[in-house]
Design a protein. Structure first.
Ligand SMILES: Nc1ncnc2c1ncn2[C@@H]1O[C@H](COP(=O)(O)OP(=O)(O)OP(=O)(O)O)[C@@H](O)[C@H]1O
Ligand SMILES: [Mg+2]
Ligand SMILES: [Zn+2]
Lengths: 386, 199
């Protein structure tokens, strides 16, 4: 059986002091008014299973104001027959993050995010619409994040590549300003090309698969028009080294590296129209969702396991027919946790099959399963800390 | 306004210039010294002074030594046809402890890094090339750190000696021995896979 998250304890995480949320396979709906902690809860789940926040690169932000550490503890159901894995992420500003799996020190962060925790996550936050609407860097980030949760070596190559490009850029400026000779430029070219090729290989392999998944997801979500994602190289892998060499003079003048995977982009199109430039708000939002579903399908294709889906405020701005489609999609997923301010978006039948988690002021108020409500506080005793 | 008497403040300031010692540890160490036996403190001061007066780089390999040449360079039993290039003198210890290497060393004094303003001229690369020419070195093992700057430095050295009749090798990045495969970190294991060999 595919792993899923059974429970999550949040300690000093954002506006949660110490609380535990219980989750089910299939659809979980987090409901609450504005500014109560819905987004924070989804962020905490991602933090627990990937080791970092998908919303901010700055870890201190997630620590509850006035507290000196944040911690999440997740119970993950792995395999049948009630087998569980307990993973915890502890962070105190100024200290190294502590990842533990069943009480023992966990793997490196990159490996933890790539399945080391026992389960992977694909998330959607409203701001993610920038993947379609925003800059090329937003689209590259989508690709890199996805490939990184599949292969720690890709995550490492992406980090090293960024460092090598930074070094090369600084060298270019030093050459331009007369502080360096061109002696080491070929060396940094080689380093950049070695690492850049690893990234290009990863992306080139994934793109056609993503294209197919994206097209079928958007067809289901939007309509029959042909949807596609198409990668455009600033330099094809086989011409990369040559292109970099040819760019020497121009690069020195500008002080930046003009070709390579850090300058690439992919086009998101619907019926031949570029959605980045011409898409309506709704089209862009749906294309973003379809990209997230494509990521889910790709993870499933590569690993044979479904990632858990964390979708924040996904129902708003969609019409009734599409909300219904999404609710069905999430219900059929191994596990989805979505948030909303409004339960009326869901019909009776769906609410009956889903787990509803009501939150208020950074606390879990109640969970409703099979239409039966239960105070969560009473269950705290059953949650053991390793 | 200083919180403590001037000599104590001075000690704290000096200590906090040391790597990986923050202001709080500096203060703790300073008070440890203030409270401790005079002989311990003089011993430390003496050791600091001695190290600065007596230790200098080996004129041949730039390892640290009290003499003109270091013990390794003067050891005639060592194979002088091989030179292992390392970034820092403290990289020599771990290699020596393997007992596997019997050649000489060359301390580069760091790694190429435009971001830190480190150029080939700031490293002892020219000295290395010169040594290879003069000593007729057959092989140079580049043992720089396995990170971006270390690897770039290795590539640069290979490029600089390309015209000389010397073989350039690098250490294999493999698995830690004695550990189970299960516990190897993914990147190391990934590299070991990429560098797999015929059996
Ligand atoms: N580090 C923190 N410590 C304490 N509170 C925080 C921290 N970070 C954010 N908050 C607060 O948590 C509250 C809840 O935020 P959250 O984004 O989860 O709300 P939400 O339920 O998703 O609301 P909306 O429906 O408006 O999206 C906000 O008022 C925010 O100011
Ligand atoms: Mg929100
Ligand atoms: Zn020497």
């Amino acid at each position: 059986m595919t792993p899923y998250l059974r429970a999550l304890r949040l300690i000093n995480f954002r506006n949660y002091a110490d609380d535990t949320v219980l989750l089910k396979p299939g659809l979980n709906i987090v409901v609450g008014e504005n500014a109560q902690g819905k987004t924070n809860l989804l962020e905490a789940i991602a933090f627990a299973v990937t080791g970092s926040s998908p919303r901010t690169p700055s870890d201190p932000e997630v620590v509850r104001w006035g507290a000196d550490f944040a911690r999440t503890e997740a119970r993950i159901a792995v395999g049948g027959s009630g087998q569980e894995r307990m993973v915890a992420v502890g962070y105190a500003p100024g200290q190294k993050k502590r990842l533990t799996v069943d009480g023992a020190p966990g793997p490196a962060l990159s490996a933890y995010a790539a399945g080391g925790a026992g389960v992977r996550a694909v998330n959607f936050f409203p701001d993610d619409i920038r993947i379609v609407k925003g800059a090329p860097s937003d689209r590259r980030e989508y690709l890199d994040d996805l490939l990184s949760i599949l292969r720690p070596a890709y995550a490492r190559a992406a980090l090293d590549y960024a460092k090598a490009v930074q070094q090369r850029n600084q060298l270019l400026r030093r050459i331009r300003d007369g502080f360096s000779s061109e002696r080491t430029l070929a060396t940094w070219d080689r380093k950049v090309v070695d690492l850049g090729e690893q990234i290009l290989r990863g992306r080139d392999e994934a793109m056609p698969v993503l294209d197919e998944h994206f097209a079928s997801s958007l067809r289901a979500l939007y309509g029959p028009e042909k949807a596609a994602v198409h990668y455009s190289h600033s330099a094809a892998p086989e011409d990369y080294a040559e292109a970099l060499r040819e760019a020497h003079d121009a690069d020195i003048e500008r002080g930046t590296t003009s070709v390579g995977p850090h300058r690439d982009d992919f086009e998101v199109s619907l019926g031949g129209v570029d959605l980045t430039t011409f898409g309506s708000q709704g089209q862009q939002r749906m294309a973003t969702l379809a990209l997230k579903f494509a990521a889910r399908d790709h993870v499933r294709g590569v690993t044979g396991e479904d990632p858990i889906l964390l979708f924040d405020d996904v129902m708003s701005e969609l019409d009734g027919r599409r909300r219904e489609f999404l609710a069905g999609y999430f219900l059929e997923s191994t596990q989805a946790v979505i948030s909303t301010t409004n339960l009326e978006y869901f019909d009776e039948e769906i609410l009956r099959r889903a787990q509803v988690v009501r939150i208020s002021g950074g606390a879990i108020m109640e969970t409703t399963t099979d239409g039966v409500m239960e105070r969560v506080a009473e269950r705290h005793g059953s949650f053991r800390t390793a | 306004m200083a919180t403590y008497a001037r000599p104590v403040e001075r000690l704290i300031t000096e200590l906090s210039k040391l790597p990986s010692i923050g202001p709080r540890s500096a203060q703790r160490i300073a008070f440890h010294i203030v409270r401790g036996k005079p002989d311990d403190a003089y011993g430390l001061a003496e050791a600091l002074k001695e190290v600065k007066e007596r230790i200098k780089p080996c004129r041949r390999c730039f390892n640290l030594t009290e003499a003109e040449e270091c013990d390794i360079c003067r050891d005639t039993r060592r194979d002088d046809a091989v030179i292992c290039a390392v970034e820092d003198p403290y990289d020599i210890g771990p290699i020596e402890r393997t007992g596997e290497y019997r050649g000489l060393y060359h301390v580069l004094g760091g790694a190429l890094s435009p971001l830190d303003g480190i150029e080939p001229e700031d490293l002892r690369i020219a000295e290395l090339v010169e040594r290879i020419r003069e000593e007729g070195t057959k092989e140079i093992v580049v043992a720089t750190n396995p990170n971006t700057t270390g690897e770039a430095t290795a590539l640069f050295i290979a490029q600089e000696v390309a015209d000389l009749p010397v073989r350039v090798t690098a250490l294999a990045s493999g698995l830690p021995v004695g550990g189970d495969l299960e516990y190897a970190d993914e990147v190391t294991l990934g590299r070991a896979f990429a560098g797999r060999r015929e059996l």
